[in-house]
Design a protein around this ligand. Structure first.
Ligand code: HEM
Length: 490
């Protein structure tokens, strides 16, 4: 018994001194830092009382102009927040070889759909990225265009029906049903039918996968900070019902396409060809389908609904965007084509400004894989350090965007864009690991927006919450309140 108590005492004394020493980790390396408060590290209240973007923004504000980087702790794990755009450029682009991985958790055994392009590391990521890059070439996007157009016509019909019963409409849900139908159809040949059927399974599980409670947020932080321990504990990146549904749906879809031997020029076809050449297993195929599905619907539906919210609050901008679409259509015999959508420059500026104020994936992360000396300083980032970039802070920094709360598409004329430093606008990330589907996301969002503003007038209603607040526990930027707008047929 005495021996047991002695062991316990030794253990806790060791832990005490280890944490004490850990508290000086950044100080000993000469970095500015936010102190470690056990057990949350520097993240107390983040994910529960305030969203990650606001929490990181407080650190950004505190050190902007005083330090290029700030040391933080995720629990007891050191993490570095990069503030200075020049250092961000080194991380994302110039020294990509030192920072090519993300620190996202995956677990092959218990959660096969978590091992996808977003999480893969090293040469596995490089190989996979090269294979999947041809998915969204201009030629492929042109082939997808008719389907996207048909589904956006359906969006207009669905919204029309909805405003017959009430002019006040929650826009995020209806738009998420639109983008779910688009990605399911064009990427997988699956008719998810969410616009006609709000109870569709694809929509239900799409919602479930993003429904993050404060516990889920804490689990995300824990699994990313301690991946080996988390795998031993059988922790999964996704929820069990989400894993089952998407794994089985995508597996069945792959098998059915193989059985019928039908040929479609879509994302699934690229995956099947990789499987034929034995480059990818069925599990890997299902994982890539999953991340394309997630990337394909959530970010674009956020972009469209945030843009509609701002257009409702800024009627002059809404009218100018509508006039641009009308004029382009008049000059093109009333036909919406792929080329026409690409030529809608003002709508593109509106979308860019919406992505500035509301970057759906606001939080970029990398791992440093060898010691890195920050140029023009004595600071060395040790190998293995986790790196954070809070895109949200850059997008609201008045040095780059004066009066950052005001919605002003003019910030995105080509002259104004040139005046800002390179990494001060990153809704799609940057460098070789930037978003693979960004062009597709923009295309479907512009198409959806063009159809909506052509056919409807959007304005605020009593239920519209201004200013927008964000959900604390969500990993994507998500409005804490539903996006209610008054919608009138034109
Ligand atoms: C408005 C739409 C979108 C936004 C704002 C967005 C944003 C992002 C961001 C910020 C990243 C991280 C980039 C980095 O770390 O540098 C990313 C990565 C990624 N996105 Fe998107 N995305 C969008 C649309 C899409 C679409 C439509 C797809 C697929 C159909 C997609 C699939 C992916 C994948 C697979 C990655 C990981 C790339 C890699 O690690 O090689 N995204 N996205």
């Amino acid at each position: 018994m005495n021996l047991f108590i002695l062991c316990l005492l030794t253990f806790f004394t060791y832990i005490y001194f280890w944490i004490k020493n850990r508290k000086n980790y950044w100080k000993n390396l000469g970095f500015e830092y936010i102190k470690l408060e056990f057990p949350y590290g520097s993240f107390k209240g983040i994910g529960t009382e305030k969203p990650l973007c606001s929490g990181l923004d407080e650190f950004y504000q505190k050190f902007k102009g005083k330090a290029k980087v700030v040391g933080l702790y995720s629990f007891v794990k050191p993490v570095l927040l990069v503030i200075d755009p020049d250092v961000i450029k080194h991380v994302m682009i110039q020294n990509f070889d030192t920072f090519h991985d993300r620190y996202l958790y995956y677990n092959q055994r218990d959660d096969p759909i978590s091992v996808h392009l977003l999480a893969l590391q090293g040469s596995e990521w490089r190989d996979r990225r090269a294979k999947l890059t041809p998915t969204f070439t201009s030629g492929k996007m042109k082939l997808m265009f008719d389907t996207i157009q048909n589904i956006s016509n359906q969006l207009v019909v669905t919204l029309d029906k909805s405003i017959n019963s009430s002019a006040e409409t929650e826009m995020h849900e209806i738009v998420a049903r639109f983008t779910t139908d688009v990605i399911s159809n064009v990427a997988f040949g699956l008719d998810s039918n969410c616009l006609n059927n709000p109870e569709s399974e694809m929509r239900k599980y799409g919602k479930d996968m993003l429904d993050f409670t404060p516990y889920d947020f804490l689990k995300f932080q824990f699994t990313c900070s301690f991946p080996d321990l988390s795998r031993k504990l059988h922790l999964t990146a996704n929820k069990p019902n989400v894993i089952d549904f998407f794994y089985n749906t995508f597996r069945k879809n792959i098998e059915q396409r193989e059985r019928t031997d039908s040929y479609r020029k879509d994302f699934l076809q690229i995956l099947l060809e990789l499987k034929k050449s034995s480059t990818l297993t069925v599990d890997e195929l299902a994982a890539e389908s999953f991340i394309f599905f997630l990337g394909g619907f959530e970010t674009s539906s956020s972009l469209i609904s945030f843009a509609l919210y701002e257009l409702a609050l800024n009627p002059d901008i809404q009218q100018r965007a509508r006039d641009e679409v009308r004029q382009a259509l008049e000059e093109n015999d009333g036909k919406i084509t792929y080329e026409l959508v690409n030529r809608l420059d003002y709508l593109e500026m509106v979308a860019n400004e919406a992505l500035r104020k509301y970057p759906p994936a606001y939080f970029l992360n990398r791992v440093c894989n060898k010691d890195f000396n920050i140029p023009d300083t004595d600071l060395v980032i040790p190998k293995g350090t986790y790196i954070n970039v809070n895109v949200y802070s850059l997008h609201y920094d008045p040095e780059y965007y004066p009066e950052p709360q005001s919605f002003d598409p003019e910030r995105f004329t080509s002259e104004n864009v040139k005046m800002r430093p390179q990494c001060s606008y990153m809704p799609f990330g940057d460098g070789p690991r930037r978003c693979i589907g960004g062009r597709f996301g923009m295309m479907q969002s512009k198409m959806g927006l063009a159809k909506l503003i052509l056919n409807f007038q959007f304005s605020p209603c009593e239920k519209t919450v201004v200013p927008m607040r964000f959900t604390p526990s969500s990993l994507f930027l998500e409005s804490a309140d539903k996006i209610w707008l008054h919608v009138k047929r034109i």
